[in-house]
Each structure stands twice: as structure tokens, then as C-alpha cells.
Design a protein around this ligand. Structure first.
Ligand code: ADP
Length: 778
């Protein structure tokens, strides 16, 4: 799953003041409004004039009041709204020459020669066609007397920039499209609800999700809901075998005691003879096998509604990149598509992306399924393999060279979304590889009390969607090393998987440093970072941070609604994070906070004064009392002096009666309930790789040598590591290296990839003005 790197380089962009048209077209997706808000505000900040074109190409062809200059305040409140407020439509006439001629006419009449289009491959294709025809269209408009030479002269070329908005995540050359993750949220919510009724009635449910040529939604939904079977177009099952295989597998699961069965099927699922696999076909098969089975087609609920935090931020950052791409464009640059590759925003040739996208459907039609999978991003393939290894129990475990490990799994630190999903995945891969997964309950205290037991395949069956910590977790770090070593030895644990936050990381360091003294610690040890604060070194994202971000965004939407209803109210919202400002900054971007106060940037009276000035000017200019409520997000540790209450009091007192101020301390709500799909997916990927890591670093001693060493013995520094996302890769970094990039006193990493996002939060919520400017103009 992709991460954000705000890579825009303003210096490279030229400073020509442009009129930029923007439209949303094709199927709507959540996050489109966030794109529009971002484009409008960044364009204004860069001295350009944004023009919203209503109803996609329909508005472009119709012109008139369908093309409207947008001001700063026109996009107020856009962030949290699903669908597209500037609307979308399918437009047949734009597919024809006549329609595009009219579109060119309307663009010139409005002085627009740069267009940012947000949609799917059809939308992008249409825009590129318009661009390629532009010179001839202008010539024709002049020849037919619709425009004069003078009118067309300044607009010799049309700049097109594409942003992909699609719930299917089906575009080539980008890892993720806007709206796909929100759609996944809706699917997971639905599947979680259905799972409980399936359990109650001991039923099977076949759930059809969207995706005609793309199984991304189906596969990610299956991974994040712990579904028992998935059918996707890119990996069709063998026509001759799949029916029996599926029924046998499900019957076997039922015999083992499983009560609920969830099967996810993409709407475009096929077998390897290209015969469609429909939800109802599956239902009939299971009914014949005497399993009470129902079908649920999720349909348009998957369009998403309120965008999740990820889509808001993805959309906002892509909007910034799109404006910069417009400003950089020259007549010689081909139309770019803003894309996320290797966790960075880059421009890819728009038409190449469209062509490659079409090749997936062509490869499937030619039964070249290997090629279809190659055309998907590597994460898709890895996800599929991880899904298989954690869903289907092998008849015979494939142990590594007949060596079996006893893998202790321990949760340490505050609960974080994804801890249980990670445990489930680790348990299942371990069992399939012939190892014994051992639950250590309630952290190290539990180990010392010998509160440990072996976990079975079915013990963890429904853990994917569970919040909190099923094993039990405490914040206590490893303390009495002698007793811990003694218990590890007594329990025969010869590999350790830590799942937790900074306490887990510190404990891992302590144990690895004591290897010389205690042979029991000379075993492979790995930590899955799981904390909402996202402060563990070695990863850009910890488990739980996405769940928490969504919990904060949900709460802030409610708070902002209340603040807006009161017309003139500023809320100071306190969020968790310890000394790490990640949650405050990324939530600030996702909710449109006026400012974010976080330890990395410091907090001073000067900053507070500037924000007071901003509020006074904004609310002072709002004579009709239409202004919305505003939020400031304050990290809990930013200042001992400027507490949340003190800030709210300063804001209120200095507000000259123009607005009032309130506080909201979100507290433990931020741990979230059920983990977000993103955390569930990351949990599975981390856990599968961690088991591989433990196997790789478990050096078994040769019993014939009659050494006194334990069976598994390693002091290799590489064998004590933290797994994490760095760039586009999942890597295990030894703690000996990570120590160097750790601020132990502040309990966080020295690295913070998100630091340059804060200026963007301010840029998007505070219209920059000079102090000489009259308030009325704001
Ligand atoms: P999406 O953008 O989601 O793929 P569509 O395929 O419906 O959705 O395309 C959206 C709109 O883009 C269409 O209604 C049409 O106006 C325009 N469009 C699509 N394909 C073309 C094309 N080949 N030439 C010109 N316009 C096109």
C-alpha cells in the first residue's frame, strides 16, 4: 500500500499565471472533492485562476454557467464529502468531433488552456484526444468564424494533467487510485457485519464486489476481512477443478468446527476458460453441498461516501502535484498522469498508462493470466500469495529442512489496530510451515507467570477484524532479564515475535544486548511496530497508525460540524502521539485544520498570535455569519506551557468577541475500534515476512557435534530486527542499526518523512494575505 511523499518542487515550476479548468468525470469516487479543494486552493496560492467545469465533459460542451470561476471559499467543507460536488456525467457528444469542437470553443471563450481532469481511463483518453486535436480545432473555429485569430492566438497549446479517481484501483503505472481505499472501508464494514450473522446461523455468504477487469478490491477485501475464498479475474481457477476444490475446502473447514464462511467474488471473476463465475453459481454449489448459503451484492454502497483519511490525503497531495505539473508544462511535454510509484508522486505519460491498463483486459481475454498479474503492481502479487498462505491450511506442513520452531508471540505496549490481524497471519503461516506458534499473554508479566499456550489455526480465525489485543498487552518493557531468559528456556521458545510500540522495540534491544549473558536470547527476534503514534524507528508506518488517523478524522468531522453550526467557533483538539507529531499533522491535512501544533515544529506565543490574527480577520470579514467552524490540532506533548486549555483561553480572549473557542481531548478513542483495512493488510504482509525472517535467522546446531549450545543459537546482530515499510519496500532492519536513528529520550525515530506536510496544511486552510489587504477582500 502506498505512502505519501510530497515531492513537489516549486522552484522548477514557472510562474505564468494561468486559468486552470478542472473537472471530475466518469464514475464518482470518494476523494474527488478533496482533489477539487486542493487544486482550487493551490492554484489560487500560485497566482492562478481555477475554473470548475460542472458535470465533466458535459459542462465543457455546454459551456455557459457550467464553467465557473472558483474562489477560495467555494470549496469550503469539501474535504469530508463523498462523491463529487462539481458533479459528473457520461457525455456522448464529447466522444464526437462536434462535441470537442464546442468544448474547445468554450475553453477559449473562458481563457482556459490548461485542464486537470479527474476520472478513469475514459476521462483521461478523452482529455488527451482534445489535446491532440487542439490546433486543428482552433483552426476550424477560426475558419468557421466562431473565434477570431486574436482570440485563439494566446492559446497555442492545451495542457492536460490527469488524476486517476477510481474505486477499482485499475490504472497501470500507479500503485493506488483515489477512492479505492474508501471503497475498501465500506466493503470491510459490510463483510464484518455479514460475518457475525454468518457465524450466528452457521451460514456461508457469497459477497460480490465491484471490479470487472480488476480484482484489487476483491483481493484486498478478502485479505482484510479474512475471507475463506476469493475469485478474481487475474487469477482464474482451473475450470475443471475449482468447484470440487472449493466445496471440499469449505466442507473440511466446517468439519474442523468453523461456523461461518465468507467467499468474495469480483464481478468480473472467470475461470481459466473465461467462463464467468457468478455469485449465484457459487451459492448453488454450496447449497448442493448442504451448506446454508446466501448471496449479497454490495453494489453502489462501494462508491464510498465520506472519504477515509488515506483518500483525503492522497487526493490533496495529488491535487498539489497536478497544479505544479500544469505550471511546468511546455508544448513539448506529453500529457502527464499524476501517479504514486515507489511511494513517491511522479508524472507518468497519461496515454501509456491508459494503454497498459487496457492490456490487462486483453491479456485476460487471451488467457495470458501471467501477463495480467505482471501488469498489476508487485503488492498485488505479494498480497495474493500472503492471502493463500494464511487462508488455506496445508494437509502437510512444509517445514524448513525438517526444523520446527517454537515461535513465541507477545504484544507489548498500548493496543493498536492490526495487532490481532498480525498475530493471526503469523500463527497460520507458522503452522503451515511446521512451526508451533505460542501465545504469550499479557506481555512479559504473563511470561513470568507462565501464562503461555499454543495457538491453533481456528483459535485465531476471526482475529483479522478484532481491535485491541486478544493476547493481552501491557506497557511494561522487558525488565527482569534473568527471569525472562529462564522462562523462554523453560517454555522452549526459540524464536520471538514482538508486536507493539516503542516498548516492544526497547525490549527487543534489551534482549539482544544481553545475548552474551543469556543464551536464551540467542534466538531470532523480530518486532512488528504496532502503535498509533507511529514513532518506532525502522518504518514509515506502524500498525494502528491508519486506524487511529481514521478515528481522529471521524471525531474531527463531528467536531467541525458542531463548530460550523455555531458559526463562529474554534476548536482546539488534542491528539495522541507522544513526542511524535505524525497523527496531528496527517489528521490535520485530512480534516482541513487551520494549524497543527506538534513537537517537531515547536510552539510559541508568536505562532499563537499569528493564528489569532488569522481567526480575527476571517471571522471579522464574515459579516453574514456564514463562516464555518475551524480546528486546531494540538499534539499532547507539544508544550507544557501552552496546554490545550491555555490555548483555547488565549484564542477566546484575543478573539475580540468575534468567535469563541472550545477544547476537545480525544483520548483513547484514538485507538479506534476495528482496525482499518490498511492496517489489516499491512499486518498480514508484516507477519508473513516476519515468519520468513525468523526461519532465515534460526541457525540450528548440529546434534552430532554434541555442543552444549541450545538447538537454535544465533548472536548475529542481523537476527534481531524491526520490520517496516521504507519507501516501496518491506524490510527488516537490525536494531543495532536502528539505535543510531533513535531519539531514546523522546521515544521516537530521528526520521520523519511527513515533516514537509505541515506547511501544506497551513497553505490549504489559510488564504495567504498581506496585512495591508482590506479585510473585505478576504
Ligand atoms: P471513466 O473515466 O471512469 O473511465 P468513462 O469511460 O465513462 O469513465 O469516460 C468518461 C467520459 O470521458 C465519457 O462520458 C466521455 O465523455 C469521455 N470519453 C471516454 N472515452 C473517450 C474517448 N475515447 N474519446 C473522447 N471522450 C471519451
Amino acid at each position: 500500500m502506498s505512502t505519501f511523499k510530497f515531492s513537489s518542487n516549486n522552484d522548477k515550476a514557472n510562474s505564468v499565471k494561468k486559468r486552470i479548468g478542472l473537472l471530475t468525470s466518469g464514475g464518482d469516487s470518494s476523494g474527488m472533492n478533496a482533489v477539487v479543494r486542493s487544486i482550487v486552493r493551490v492554484a489560487i496560492s500560485r497566482g492562478c485562476e481555477p475554473y470548475a467545469i460542472y458535470e465533466g465533459y458535459e459542462g465543457l460542451v455546454q459551456g455557459g454557467n457550467m464553467i465557473k470561476k472558483f474562489e477560495w471559499s467555494d470549496v469550503r467543507g469539501y474535504l469530508s464529502v463523498g462523491g463529487t460536488l462539481i458533479r459528473t456525467a457520461r457525455c456522448q457528444s464529447f466522444r464526437e468531433h462536434k462535441g470537442r469542437l464546442q468544448a474547445a470553443h468554450n475553453l477559449i471563450k473562458n481563457g482556459i488552456d490548461a485542464l486537470i481532469v479527474c476520472g478513469g481511463d475514459g476521462t483521461l483518453t478523452g482529455a488527451d484526444t482534445l489535446r491532440s486535436e487542439w490546433p486543428s480545432l482552433l483552426k476550424e473555429l477560426v475558419q468557421t468564424g466562431k473565434l477570431t485569430e486574436e482570440e485563439v492566438a494566446p492559446h497555442t497549446y492545451l495542457t492536460i494533467v490527469g488524476i486517476v479517481c477510481s474505486i477499482d484501483n485499475d490504472m497501470a503505472l500507479t500503485d493506488i487510485t483515489i477512492g479505492a481505499v474508501t471503497s475498501l472501508h465500506r466493503i470491510c464494514e459490510a463483510v464484518d457485519s455479514i460475518s457475525s450473522t454468518a457465524f450466528s446461523h452457521s451460514r456461508a455468504f457469497v459477497i460480490e464486489v465491484m471490479g470487472r477487469h480488476c480484482g484489487w478490491l476483491a483481493l484486498m477485501a478478502a485479505i482484510s476481512s479474512g475471507a475463506d475464498y476469493v475469485f478474481i479475474p487475474e487469477r482464474p481457477p482451473e475450470a475443471e477443478k475449482w468447484k470440487k476444490e472449493m466445496c471440499d475446502t469449505i466442507e473440511k473447514q466446517r468439519e474442523a468446527g468453523k461456523r461461518n464462511t465468507i467467499i468474495i467474488v469480483a464481478e468480473g471473476a472467470i475461470d481459466d476458460n473465461l467462463e464467468p463465475i457468478k455469485a449465484d453459481d457459487i451459492r448453488k454449489l454450496l447449497v448442493d453441498a448442504k451448506i446454508d448459503t446466501r448471496v449479497t451484492t454490495l453494489g453502489h454502497i462501494q462508491r464510498g461516501g465520506r472519504p477515509c483519511a488515506y483518500d483525503r490525503n492522497l487526493a490533496t497531495l495529488q491535487g498539489v502535484e497536478a497544479v505544479e505539473a500544469v505550471l511546468r508544462a511546455t508544448p513539448d511535454t506529453s500529457s502527464p498522469m499524476i501517479s504514486v510509484r515507489e511511494n513517491k508522486f511522479v508524472c507518468e505519460p497519461l496515454m501509456k498508462a491508459v494503454e497498459l491498463t487496457h492490456q490487462v483486459a486483453e491479456a485476460i481475454a487471451e488467457k495470458n493470466f501471467r501477463r495480467a498479474m505482471e501488469l498489476r503492481d508487485p503488492e498485488f502479487n505479494e498480497g495474493y500469495e500472503a492471502y493463500l498462505s494464511t487462508t488455506f491450511m496445508k494437509d502437510k506442513a512444509t517445514s524448513q529442512g525438517n526444523h520446527s520452531l517454537k515461535i513465541g508471540i507477545i504484544h507489548i505496549g498500548a493496543p493498536a489496530g492490526g495487532m490481532n490481524a498480525a498475530t493471526r497471519a503469523a500463527v497460520r503461516v507458522a503452522i503451515n510451515h511446521g512451526h508451533k506458534p505460542i501465545a504469550i499473554h499479557n506481555g512479559f508479566a504473563g511470561l513470568l507467570q507462565e501464562n503461555v499456550h499454543e495457538l491453533s489455526w481456528l483459535d485465531v480465525d476471526d482475529w483479522t477484524s478484532k481491535g485491541g489485543s486478544e493476547l493481552g498487552t501491557t506497557k511494561a518493557e522487558a525488565d527482569d532479564l534473568e527471569l525472562i531468559a529462564c522462562q523462554l528456556q523453560k517454555q522452549g521458545i526459540n524464536a520471538l515475535l514482538f508486536i507493539g510500540g516503542f516498548e516492544a522495540y526497547s525490549s527487543l534491544i534489551k534482549l539482544s544486548k544481553a545475548r552474551n549473558k543469556y543464551p536464551a536470547f540467542c534466538i531470532p527476534m523480530v518486532c512488528i511496530p504496532a502503535t498509533i503514534s507511529n514513532n518506532v524507528p525502522g518504518t514509515e508506518f506502524s500498525l494502528g497508525s491508519d486506524t487511529s488517523l481514521n478515528a481522529i478524522v471521524d471525531s474531527c468531522d463531528v467536531i467541525k460540524q458542531s463548530a460550523s453550526a455555531s458559526r463562529r467557533r474554534v476548536f482546539v483538539v488534542e491528539v495522541h502521539g507522544g513526542n511524535c507529531g505524525y497523527l496531528a499533522v496527517m489528521a490535520g491535512l485530512a480534516v482541513g485544520a487551520t494549524n497543527v501544533y506538534a513537537p517537531e515544529y515547536g510552539l510559541s506565543l508568536k505562532i499563537l498570535q499569528e493564528d489569532v490574527n488569522h481567526f480575527v480577520r476571517r471571522y471579522g470579514a464574515d459579516k453574514k455569519r456564514t463562516s464555518s467552524g475551524r480546528l486546531i490540532l494540538r499534539n499532547e506533548s507539544v508544550s507544557n506551557t501552552y496546554t490545550t486549555d491555555v490555548i483555547a483561553n488565549i484564542m477566546q480572549t484575543e478573539g475580540q468577541g468575534l468567535y469563541d473557542s472550545r477544547t476537545s481531548i480525544l483520548g483513547h478513542i484514538q485507538q479506534g475500534g476495528s482496525p482499518s483495512p490498511m492496517d489489516r493488510i499491512r499486518a498480514k504482509t508484516f507477519a508473513v515476512k516476519c515468519v520468513h525472517f525468523l526461519e532465515k535467522h534460526a541457525h540450528f546446531s548440529d546434534p552430532s557435534e554434541k555442543t552444549k549450545l541450545p538447538e537454535v543459537y544465533t548472536k548475529d546482530p542481523e537476527s534481531a530486527a524491526v520490520i517496516g515499510i521504507t519507501g516501496a519496500q518491506i524490510v527488516c532492519t537490525p536494531v543495532s542499526k536502528l539505535e543510531l536513528e533513535t531519539e531514546f529520550d523522546k521515544r521516537k525515530s530521528k526520521k520523519a518523512w511527513w515533516l514537509n506536510v505541515k506547511p501544506l496544511v497551513e497553505l490549504l486552510s489559510k488564504w495567504g494575505y498581506s496585512d495591508n489587504e482590506p479585510i473585505e477582500q478576504l
